[in-house]
Design a binder for this molecule. Structure first.
Ligand code: IMP
Length: 197
């Protein structure tokens, strides 16, 4: 089985990737490389950031690298926080700080004015090639968090077809319908096309 490195230490992302990719490939993560330098995410798009992370981690480890960058686009905020989703409430903001800022910015808006989407870009870089795939999902930002699971903005991201927030979904269900789940499906499809798995 071929070994790849997933360019993240985020436990929640690792869980979602392993849930879909676990059986097909051997997946290392940045936890296996504790001395690896941080990659500065200074791109202006999700795709740019994902490709940059994958390039730098491939160069450092020599392994085919997979990197994900995700953003939440809120229509009432002209697409913000987008590429700045992790730092919406400041450089060292927690998930909760970001959610509180988001809810404050949307205060007073009706449900139909609270439309949003998650977008994920997944990049692949090895010694021969670099490419990326994408996934997105539409939803609405609730006025109050709901549910226990997931991470980031999941407690306020309401997925209308199931009438639940992403935090009320189990891992398999979130991974079937989510931005990242769809991007991982496209990623597996492309690896198969290229005879990499
Ligand atoms: P990242 O730069 O790809 O790590 O993602 C930016 C921010 O988006 C994270 O800090 C989280 O707050 C949020 N995020 C990423 N993926 C998800 C998800 O699947 N659900 C909810 N929030 C997410």
């Amino acid at each position: 089985m071929k070994t790849y490195i997933l360019a993240t230490q985020n436990r929640d992302k690792i869980k979602e990737f392993k849930n879909k990719l676990g059986a097909a490939i051997c997946l290392k993560t940045l936890d296996d490389y504790p001395n690896i330098p941080d990659v500065l995410e200074d791109g202006t798009t999700l795709e740019e950031n994902a490709l940059k992370k994958a390039r730098e981690i491939n160069a450092f480890t020599g392994l085919p690298a997979i990197a994900d960058d995700t953003g939440l686009e809120v229509d009432a905020l002209d697409g913000a926080p987008g590429v700045y989703s992790s730092r919406f409430a400041g450089e060292s903001a927690s998930y909760q700080d970001n959610v509180i800022k988001l809810l404050n910015e949307l205060k007073g808006l009706k449900m139909e004015q609270r439309s949003a989407r998650f977008r994920t870009s997944i990049a692949f870089v090895d010694s021969r090639e670099a490419w990326s795939v994408h996934g997105s999902v539409e939803g609405f930002i609730l006025e109050h968090p709901k549910g226990e699971d997931g991470f980031g903005y999941d407690p306020v991201f309401y997925y209308e077809p199931l009438q639940k927030t992403f935090s009320e979904l189990d891992l398999d269900t979130k991974n079937t319908i989510s931005h990242r789940g769809k991007a991982i499906d496209a990623f597996i499809h492309k690896l198969k096309e290229l005879n990499q798995i």
